[in-house]
Ligand binder design. Structure first.
Ligand code: ZN
Length: 369
């Protein structure tokens, strides 16, 4: 017993440390903050009740809701919303940002398979560290998994642990697993706030087909095409992928089918959480320099080219920030009365010089929280 205690105590400390929330500095443009459970009581008091940040412009317009952290193994997908919370101002329309939606999953780091537990971004005033989580809700918050997870709408069968994967549980169920309830709460927010556009942020490994792409519901095709044109004018290439009708549980399919919102999902390129990769250290996560993937790419085993230069985190965050801003601009071009104007977001080229320049220094009290 003593021996077990001796071995498990340091491990327990490491796991509990991972529950410590990341510091997010409330930027000057934030109108107010709140909890997702305001839209559905069923997640109140649970480990999966994420914060949202609300921005309201003085000019009336449309409503956009976007979120990162569906999969906390995809860091650019939550760094982009955090950076925007700390920098942007909305002058027309309304924007809701949920930076870390599957907040329970940020405590589900797979240290056991060699994943890092956190990573640092260099800033002019020092380093800011962020948690690196798991792909699904922490099993201690949602246990036990079923043997087989069956999508309640279609009867489609998936592995049991997919019941904790937020991008398989949409549109959610009020009495379902914790992750299904989180999906349900998000859908209630989308409906109650009459969102015109929703965006789910991700990163994909280059051996998967969906790198540097927008996956969109068919009703969002026009909006996405115009946003992509705006991006290509700046030299940023994006692939447009239509959401398959028979693949259920995905945000772009279910939110598009179950609400009036135009549902989009954005992917950048990051090898870290893929099956083909080199050493899973902090450098690999931040630079995506990976000799195994360069070789795989040369052998034609990747969907996009992966070169020696890698894909720095600055570029991946720049892509997401620019994609969001250009989607708002495209909405304003298509439907001026539903327009959204986001100001203060650093440009693509400025972000390439280092996202750390735009991450704010936390107050000492907040840092110690
Ligand atoms: Zn993902």
């Amino acid at each position: 017993m003593l021996l077990v205690l001796l071995v498990s105590s340091p491990a327990a400390v490491a796991f509990i440390r991972q529950w410590q929330p990341d510091v997010i500095v409330k930027g000057q443009g934030v109108t107010r903050t709140g909890k997702l459970s305001e839209y559905f009581e069923g997640i109140k008091g649970t480990a999966n009740d994420p914060d949202y940040y609300y921005f309201e412009g003085s000019e009336p317009g449309g409503t956009m809701i976007f979120w990162g952290g569906t999969h906390p193994v995809e860091p650019a997908a939550y760094l982009a919303p955090i950076l925007m919370i700390e920098n942007i101002k909305v002058t027309k329309g309304r924007v809701f940002i949920i930076p870390q939606i599957n907040i329970s999953s940020f405590g589900n780091t797979k240290i056991g398979i060699g994943d890092i537990s956190s990573f640092g971004i260099k800033t002019p005033w020092g380093e800011r560290r962020f948690r690196f989580g798991g792909r699904g809700t922490n099993p201690i918050d949602s246990w036990p998994d079923p043997d087989v997870y069956t999508n309640f709408m279609t009867g489609q069968s998936l592995a049991g642990d997919e019941s904790r994967n937020l991008n398989r549980t949409h549109p959610g169920r009020p009495n379902g697993y914790l992750t299904e309830r989180l999906s349900y709460a998000l859908l209630q927010m989308v409906k109650k706030e009459k969102a015109d556009v929703t965006i789910d942020l991700h990163e994909a490994p280059p051996d998967r087909p969906l790198c540097n792409a927008f996956a969109v519901h068919e009703r969002a095709a026009e909006l996405a095409s115009l946003a992509i044109l705006n991006m290509e004018a700046q030299g940023i290439k994006v692939r447009l992928e239509m959401s398959p009708k028979y693949l259920r549980g995905l945000s772009h399919r279910e939110i598009g089918d179950h609400s009036d919102a135009l549902a989009l999902l954005f992917e950048t390129q990051s090898p870290y959480h893929g099956p083909l990769r080199g050493r899973a250290d902090e450098a690999n996560l931040l630079t995506a320099k990976d000799p195994f993937l360069v070789l795989a790419s040369k052998m034609g085993r990747t969907s996009v080219q992966h070169t020696e230069e890698g894909v720095p985190i600055d570029l991946r965050v720049a892509r997401h920030v620019t994609s969001i801003v250009e989607t708002a601009n495209a909405l304003t071009e298509l439907h001026p009365e539903k327009g959204i104007r986001i100001e203060g977001a650093p440009s693509y080229n400025d972000l390439l010089k280092g996202i750390g320049n735009y991450l704010k220094q936390p107050e000492p009290a907040a840092a110690g929280k």
